[in-house]
Design a protein around this ligand. Structure first.
Ligand SMILES: NC(=O)c1ccc[n+]([C@@H]2O[C@H](COP(=O)([O-])OP(=O)(O)OC[C@H]3O[C@@H](n4cnc5c(N)ncnc54)[C@H](O)[C@@H]3O)[C@@H](O)[C@H]2O)c1
Length: 270
């Protein structure tokens, strides 16, 4: 069901890798709601070729950018503004990667070159994108920028490793840049803290299956899936949420505020 929530709006979607990606679902949903989009991902992800399918479906150009590279981001904004013949209304940052997680290196033995790389990709990239957007004056007033986060920013979760630190900084950047961009141009910046979701990035976390099952049992509504996350992103890009900024918004079926559920108590009593 579409409501034309994004009719006439234009946006950039970072991070669609394959059909499981949260960004993939957000791209489809945004277009369904009437938006025009530009898709971006790292050059290495573009070489995998899957993104072309989505680009065709959404009638969207693909502009590659490694988000750790300022020149790539500047080029993306220049080309996007040219393509639309004007500014954008929304940006989705759906990007995350930790080499320490990928290589199964425990938190207390982290390799700092890997830590820096993961931080650059997963957290600092939001600052870089916002700084470049401001420099290019690329976002219309009341525009909306969203980044995806996880509750390990607030609480310990085994296996999440240095991504927990990256998400804490990501949320902090959204808050601080949200103030600056709000004052300067009435642009809002928020993070959505999503339930564990079966995607390439998600499945990289050790013991993910147990993790997702536990979260399901610990949430009164169950885990939110990628399609539901896309629905929420679309409302956050729309004019219906104009006064929401600098927030970390939980989209997790109630997990974040549940102490324990009966299902978990029953399981423990077995
Ligand atoms: N899957 C989950 O359980 C879950 C839960 C909460 C939040 N998130 C967050 O959602 C976001 C999207 O992840 P996903 O689960 O859809 O997985 P995904 O693997 O589909 O997406 C991650 C994306 O980051 C991109 N990326 C990596 N390095 C990059 C670089 N240098 N430049 C540009 N792009 C780069 C990848 O190409 C990929 O498209 C991430 O921020 C992730 O942490 C995921």
């Amino acid at each position: 069901m579409a409501y034309n929530l994004l009719k006439g709006k234009k946006g950039i979607i970072f991070g669609a890798l394959n059909e499981q990606s949260i960004a993939w679902k957000v791209a489809q949903r945004a277009v369904q709601e009437g938006a025009e989009i530009v898709l971006s991902n790292a050059p290495i992800a573009l070489r995998m070729g899957e993104l072309n399918k989505l680009a065709e479906e959404c009638n969207a150009p693909v502009i590659g950018a490694d988000v750790t590279n300022g020149d790539d981001i500047n080029n993306l904004f220049t080309k996007t503004l040219e393509h639309f013949g004007g500014k954008v209304d929304f940006i989705l940052h759906s990007i995350g990667m930790s080499v320490n997680v990928r290589k199964n290196i425990p938190y207390f033995e982290n390799n700092y070159d890997f830590t820096h790389k993961g931080f650059d990709i997963s957290a600092l990239s939001l600052h870089r994108i916002l700084q470049a957007a401001m420099k290019h004056d690329a976002i219309n007033e009341w525009g909306s920028v969203l980044a995806l986060s996880y509750i390990a920013a607030q609480r310990y979760f085994p296996g999440y490793n240095d991504m927990a630190d990256n998400k804490a900084v990501l949320e902090s950047i959204a808050r601080n840049f949200g103030y600056e961009y709000g004052m300067a141009k009435k642009v809002r910046v928020n993070t959505i803290s999503q339930s564990p979701t079966r995607t390439t990035a998600g499945s990289g976390v050790k013991g993910f299956d147990g993790f997702i099952e536990f979260a399901e049992k610990m949430s009164p509504l169950g885990n939110a899936d990628a399609d539901q996350c896309a629905d929420y992103c679309v409302t956050m890009f729309s004019d219906l949420t104009k006064m929401v900024t600098m927030q970390n918004l939980y989209h997790d079926g109630g997990f974040s505020f549940t102490g324990v559920t009966q299902a978990v108590i029953d399981q423990m009593a077995k």
